[in-house]
Design a binder for this molecule. Structure first.
Ligand SMILES: [Zn+2]
Length: 464
């Protein structure tokens, strides 16, 4: 009988330990991070065309490194890696190569998000900024190098996963708005800083991810030195202040969110920092890092029991003749193959970190440059619009429910501008009876991009 009781007690203890063990396995958050330079070798990857402005802008030197920076998170059986890459944009085809290469280095499954910073002072990984019209600017050797290095950083981030706590913060101020110039109505910015910081259970920092929205193009169109632009300073300052790996993911940068034309005062001189200077990039990057660190100051650790990732491939009709001709001429080098009906396939995604049934952080993943009014609201009906009756898309950040909401632009693909259909304007008269055509449509696949992407996100969010 004694024996029986102790056996029963032993069995109960084992069951209890199993339960606790399973609970810990399910609930314990782990985090890891890693970074790799993806700076081009100007000889090995030659010729290196800089992307984002005009054709034939050849790189003449390196000012600072470009990076692939990854944060891995694991909880509740979900394992996710978020990589921010200093690139003008990576097409879905290259993202799939990164995913395959990373998975070949991992044991067990992991979801991988690759978001380009949209850097305008980095090599042309899309092909649109080559030596002349119709000739690709892609260096296959460089794209392959970005794939290899980003996959390595992702795998290393997963390999370094350890028990962790995270803190979240959000911050908004007029100063952040002043770093952004918008040259098309409506003047809307999605300039909120949303920050996730992960530290080990021992308190040692792992990584800080900053989500903010502005074109990394403070250096402008004349610069020929490779640089990460303002994110370069965001990385170094944030790592100085907080330690760990700084990761930057851009947000709704369309329509058009730029440091060019923004009035940024240099505290050292009291004068405005000119466009196209390294100083302007430094002032913005450092300040955003300092505001992010400040916002994190009072933040307490939050419990996360589950990390979820959802992705859906959607089709969007391509009506942009420039893009169709580029595809036909082989500018994308086998990427972005359009089907005979000129439809492109692109991914839309959604990340949720939650505790029990409560979402704590949600992230919408958008495959291009979203007009900010599609993120935070404020679409306008102007006279001159091509689709005056088009329904207004609901703002994406308002579709989410968690107290912290991020939006990743250029996530897993870059299809160009995503313009509210009601603001689409390819034909005269121009919006607001402007005497000239507004800039935007020329870099968009077409008027169906916004409605289809928002509908896909609504569908993903409906699954909760
Ligand atoms: Zn852009």
């Amino acid at each position: 009988m004694r024996r029986g009781r102790s056996a029963r007690f032993g069995a109960a203890l084992v069951a209890l330990l199993l339960l606790v063990g399973a609970g810990a396995l399910r609930a314990e958050l782990r985090a890891g991070a890693a970074k790799r330079p993806i700076t081009p070798d100007l000889e090995g990857h030659a010729p290196v065309f800089l992307a984002g402005f005009g054709l034939n802008r050849r790189a003449t030197g390196i000012h600072d490194d470009l990076w692939a920076r990854c944060l891995a998170l694991e909880a509740g059986g979900g394992r996710l890696v978020i990589c921010g890459v200093d690139s003008i944009g990576l097409f879905y085809e290259d993202v799939e190569k990164i995913r395959a290469a990373a998975r070949s280095q991992l044991t067990g499954p992991a979801d991988l998000v690759v978001a380009s910073s949209h850097n305008h002072e980095a090599p042309d990984t899309m092909g649109l900024w080559g030596p002349k019209l119709g000739v690709s600017g892609i260096s296959e050797a460089y794209n392959a190098f970005v794939v290899e290095r980003t996959a390595e950083a992702a795998a290393e981030a997963v390999g370094s996963l350890r028990p962790a706590t995270i803190r979240l913060a959000r911050f908004h101020s007029p100063e952040l708005d002043r770093f952004i110039h918008d040259n098309r109505p409506p003047v809307v910015h999605d300039s909120e800083l949303v920050i996730l910081s992960a530290a080990g259970r021992d308190g040692r920092p792992i990584a800080t991810l900053v989500n903010w929205a502005n074109h990394p193009e403070a250096l402008g169109s004349k610069n020929t030195l490779v640089t990460a632009d303002y994110p370069a300073h965001l990385y170094t300052r944030l790592e100085e202040l907080l330690g760990g790996v700084a990761v930057f993911v851009n947000g709704a940068v369309g329509g058009m969110q730029s440091p060019l034309g923004a009035k940024v005062i240099d505290p050292a001189t009291g004068a405005e920092a000119p466009d196209g200077t390294f100083r302007k990039a430094e002032l913005i990057g450092r300040r955003v890092a300092e505001l992010a660190a400040q916002a994190l100051g009072p933040a307490r650790p939050v419990a996360i029991e589950r990390v979820e990732y959802h992705e859906k491939l959607i089709s969007i009709p391509v009506t942009n003749v420039r893009f169709l001709k580029a595809a036909e001429a082989g500018v994308f080098r086998g990427r972005k193959v359009m089907d005979p009906q000129a439809v492109t396939t692109t991914p839309v995604g959604w990340i949720r970190l939650s505790r029990g049934q409560r979402p704590v952080l949600e992230i919408a993943l958008v495959p291009g440059e979203l007009y900010p009014e599609l993120s935070v609201g404020g679409i306008e009906r102007y006279p001159g619009a091509d689709f005056p009756e088009a329904p207004l898309e609901p703002p994406i950040k308002k579709l989410m429910r968690a107290p912290y909401r991020m939006l990743f632009g250029l996530a897993n693909d870059e299809i160009g501008y995503i313009i509210p259909k009601a603001e689409w304007d390819e034909n005269e008269p121009w919006l607001q009876n402007s005497p000239r055509r507004w800039y935007g449509e020329v870099n968009s696949v077409g008027p169906e991009a916004a409605p289809r992407i928002v509908a896909a996100l609504q569908e993903l969010l409906g699954k909760r």
